[in-house]
Design a protein around this ligand. Structure first.
Ligand SMILES: [Mn+2]
Length: 342
């Protein structure tokens, strides 16, 4: 029962679990998990029903928030990010039309099923293994029998593993991944936590969920990161050679012959000048426009995406990084949406 003490928060930490029968805890936790999935499932039913009624959409990205920060190696602020990103997405200082010309207030362009209650699940003492299972199951519910694809609001980067696993399993095969980040997140077992945010892409590759993994913006990598990349056949594009790689990266075509493309954007891919609200400040990064050019010009069927590692507790200039994360989400939504016009 010790793991509950380690992984749970507040209440479970104080609980003398030795006096509580295992059945009581496990039955209660099972019901909390069922209730969480039931709520996500009903939100999905509602939004998918609305989309069917309106008609005219063949693919609609759907927001799902994963307020999870405890798998960070450093700060846990990304737990607070999803509501701040939503707030910035609908900020009245800007309008709802993306640069690519779609209107995110059109439910065919963007839907939303709310957040998975990650902290409520943790408060019930549910361990990370089961929590990652709930995330995977929630994403599958979002995709099952709908024309919606997950557009995930992180959260630290550990969430990419259960999300990509869900997308790949639901679609029945691997995807290509465009991963934009200062870090490769390929460690074998960072600080012993197999679900660490520094480990997520190693788990994805081990699971066979990706055919190609392209990492762009890399500028904090050690020998283990390079060895792991070689082991998994990861294509790494480092910042020090970005000027040379730019033209190729702005003309990517991915996902052909597999189930599609998954995009994972770690906000710390950007130079801290553009996005100071992250846990790991790594100078020498991409500009916002660099990243947008890569995403806007990408050719391929985008079947899922996440924007992770925004840390509101480190956002010093009144919501700047929140707006940056929100604009990534808006522009990716615009790329994912498929509407029959006419
Ligand atoms: Mn990173």
């Amino acid at each position: 029962m010790n793991y509950i003490g380690k992984r749970g928060i507040h209440f479970m930490k104080r609980l003398n679990a030795a006096n509580v029968p295992t059945e009581v805890l496990e039955e209660g936790q099972r019901r909390v998990i069922d209730a969480s999935l039931k709520l996500i499932g009903e939100r999905v039913n509602l939004k998918a029903g609305i989309l069917r009624s309106i008609g005219g959409a063949t693919a609609t990205p759907c927001l799902i928030g994963l307020p999870l920060g405890h798998n960070s190696s450093y700060l846990e602020g990304p737990v607070y990010a999803p509501p701040r990103i939503r707030e910035a997405m609908w900020d009245p200082s800007t309008n709802s039309t993306t640069e690519l010309g779609s209107d995110i207030s059109d439910p065919r362009v963007l839907s939303d099923v709310g957040d998975v209650p990650v902290q409520e699940l943790r408060e019930a003492g549910i361990d990370d293994h089961k929590l990652m299972g709930v995330i995977t199951d929630s994403i599958k519910l979002l995709m099952d029998g709908t024309r919606m694809s997950p557009l995930v609001l992180g959260g630290d980067h550990s969430i990419s593993y259960p999300v990509v696993r869900a997308v790949s399993e639901q679609l029945g095969g691997p995807v290509d991944i465009l991963h934009i980040d200062a870090h490769p997140d390929l460690y074998d077992a960072f600080e012993g936590n197999i679900y660490s945010h520094a480990y997520s892409f190693a788990r994805i590759m081990e699971g066979g969920y990706a055919r190609r993994l392209l990492q762009v913006g890399i500028r904090s990598i050690n020998e283990e990161g390079r060895q792991q990349a070689a082991k998994f056949g990861v294509e790494q594009f480092e910042m020090r050679t970005f000027a040379r790689d730019r033209e190729m990266l702005e003309n990517l075509q991915l996902g052909e012959g597999v189930k599609g493309v998954y995009i994972s954007v770690d906000v710390d891919c950007l130079d801290p000048a553009y996005a100071p609200g992250v846990s790991h400040l790594e100078p020498g990064g991409l500009s916002f426009r660099d990243v947008l050019n890569i995403i806007h010009n990408l050719r391929g069927n985008i079947v899922g995406a996440d924007v992770v590692e925004f840390n509101p507790q480190r956002d010093p200039i009144d919501g700047l990084t929140a707006m940056v994360a929100a604009k990534f989400v808006r522009e990716i939504a615009s790329k994912m949406a498929r509407i029959i016009r006419g």
